[in-house]
Design a binder for this molecule. Structure first.
Ligand code: PLP
Length: 281
């Protein structure tokens, strides 16, 4: 397949990273995952906005203008004949002799590649079991950085516990999943952690909040406790990959008697309609 290396399209094998790239040594960089449906990028502008925010928060610079990055993403999709899948894009602070201080001359390195990904219809319909784990990450979870060790360790632990995701918490407060945002529904009200530095403000999270507003569902963006989560009528997670996925079990505790709830289903069905509409545009 073809990858994007800075502004060049090269075969996958030619995408070589320097051993002193700061992304490799320090996790000093940012990334973005775009979802492709029907050969088109879903919520492209939202992802590009978040990408620019991540860049700014880490005092990075784009290697070239965002409009050109957008064009190159589309060219990459075209070159790889991608219909359904993802585009992974990352930008690091580049390579210099190892030193924690920022290099004076930054040459950021951008790479992007595509993956084929089918929608997981069964998972999305039936729901998943999740673990409940201590959020051990740093305090800038709002930035989509390459530093994912906290997420990686908890995702692995969840897997070993037979779960496909973990709901993470700081003390008593539920933050988010390892690779997703968490929503709960109580008495018809949709509740999710506010977008502050404890969570990544997911594109799917924002999109679902917009859908909920359209549907007239009451929303509360606020902190909520583990107990509120366990006692919720419905729980679901959102992400670019998982879309809207019902959570039917947290550890040994069933949610809604182990079945996806009505508001979750309603939001998912709206989400799906939007994807179907993309086919025709
Ligand atoms: N939270 C974390 C920690 C994530 O890694 C992700 C995505 O992988 C999300 C939330 C969901 O974000 P998005 O909906 O933009 O994919």
């Amino acid at each position: 397949s073809t990858i994007l290396y800075n502004d060049q399209f090269v075969p996958r094998k030619e995408g070589k990273v320097d051993i002193e790239d700061r992304g490799y040594q320090f996790g000093d960089g940012i990334y973005e995952v775009f979802r492709v449906y029907h050969g088109k990028v879903f919520l492209m502008e939202w992802h590009l906005d978040r990408l620019q925010r991540s860049i700014k928060e880490l005092y990075l610079t784009l290697p070239y203008p965002i409009q050109q990055i957008e064009k190159n993403i589309y060219a990459l999709i075209e070159k790889n004949s991608l219909i359904e899948g993802t585009v992974y894009l990352q930008i690091t602070r580049g390579a210099t002799s190892r030193n924690h201080l920022f290099p004076t001359n930054t040459n950021p390195v951008l790479i992007a590649y595509t993956t084929h990904l089918k929608r997981e219809e069964a998972v999305v319909k039936d729901g998943i079991k999740v673990s409940l784990l201590d959020d051990i990450r740093w305090l800038r979870c709002d930035i989509k950085t390459l530093n994912l060790l906290g997420n990686v360790l908890n995702k692995e632990k969840a897997h070993q516990e037979g779960s496909s995701e973990a709901i993470q918490h700081r003390g008593d407060i539920v933050t988010e999943g390892c690779t997703s945002n968490v929503f709960i529904v109580k008495e018809g009200v949709l509740i999710t952690h506010q977008a502050d530095h404890f969570i990544l403000n997911g594109i799917t999270r924002m999109y679902v909040l917009e859908l909920a507003t359209k549907l007239g569902i009451k929303i509360e963006e606020r902190q909520y406790t583990i107990n509120e989560c366990l006692q919720a009528d419905e729980v679901f997670i959102t992400s670019t990959g998982a879309e809207v996925t019902p959570v039917i079990q947290i550890k040994d505790h069933l949610i809604n008697q182990g079945k996806p709830g009505p508001i979750t289903k309603q939001l998912f069905s709206e989400f799906e309609n939007e994807i179907k509409r993309m086919e025709k545009v």
